[in-house]
Design a protein around this ligand. Structure first.
Ligand code: 5GP
Ligand code: ZN
Length: 115
C-alpha cells in the first residue's frame, strides 16, 4: 500500500516519533495530539480498519491491545487511567485507512468519545 501514510511511517519513509516497536507493530506519537499522551499503535501489515480484521487476526488484535497497555505504562498513565479508541469507517471518524489504536491520557477525558 504505497499511498498509505501509515505504511510509509512503518517503512520509515515518513518520520515519526516512535515510542515502541516490535516485529508486528509500531507505536508513535500522534502529529496532532488531543491529550498530553496521544500515541497511535499500528500493525506493520496494512489492514484497512477494524472492519477489515479477520478472525485469523485474533493474535494480532491481542498484540495491539497489549501494546496499548505497554504504551500507557511507558508514558506513565497506567495508574491515572487512559482511553483506547479505534475509529472505524466514515461515521466512526476514521481519517487514515490503516488500522490504528489511539492511546489517550494525561488529563481527565470527557465521559465518552475520543477526547
Ligand atoms: P483517525 O481520525 O483516523 O482515527 O486518526 C488518525 C490520526 O492520525 C489523527 O489523530 C491524526 O492526527 C494522525 N495523523 C495523521 N497523519 C499523521 C502523520 O503523518 N503522522 C502522525 N504521527 N500522525 C498522523
Ligand atoms: Zn497502510
Amino acid at each position: 500500500m504505497p499511498d498509505c501514510i501509515f505504511c510509509r511511517i512503518v517503512a520509515g519513509e515518513i518520520p515519526s516519533n516512535r515510542v515502541l516497536e516490535d516485529e508486528h507493530l509500531i507505536a508513535f506519537r500522534d502529529i496532532q495530539p488531543a491529550a498530553p499522551v496521544h500515541v497511535l499503535v499500528v500493525p506493520r501489515r496494512h489492514v484497512e480498519s477494524l472492519a477489515a480484521l479477520e478472525d485469523g487476526d485474533a493474535e494480532l488484535a491481542g498484540r495491539l491491545m497489549a501494546a496499548a497497555r505497554d504504551v500507557a505504562r511507558q508514558e506513565g498513565v497506567a495508574e491515572s487511567g487512559y482511553r483506547v479508541v479505534i475509529n472505524t469507517g466514515a461515521h466512526g471518524g476514521q481519517t487514515v485507512g490503516h488500522l490504528h489504536v489511539h492511546v489517550l491520557g494525561g488529563r481527565q477525558l470527557s465521559g465518552h468519545g475520543t477526547a
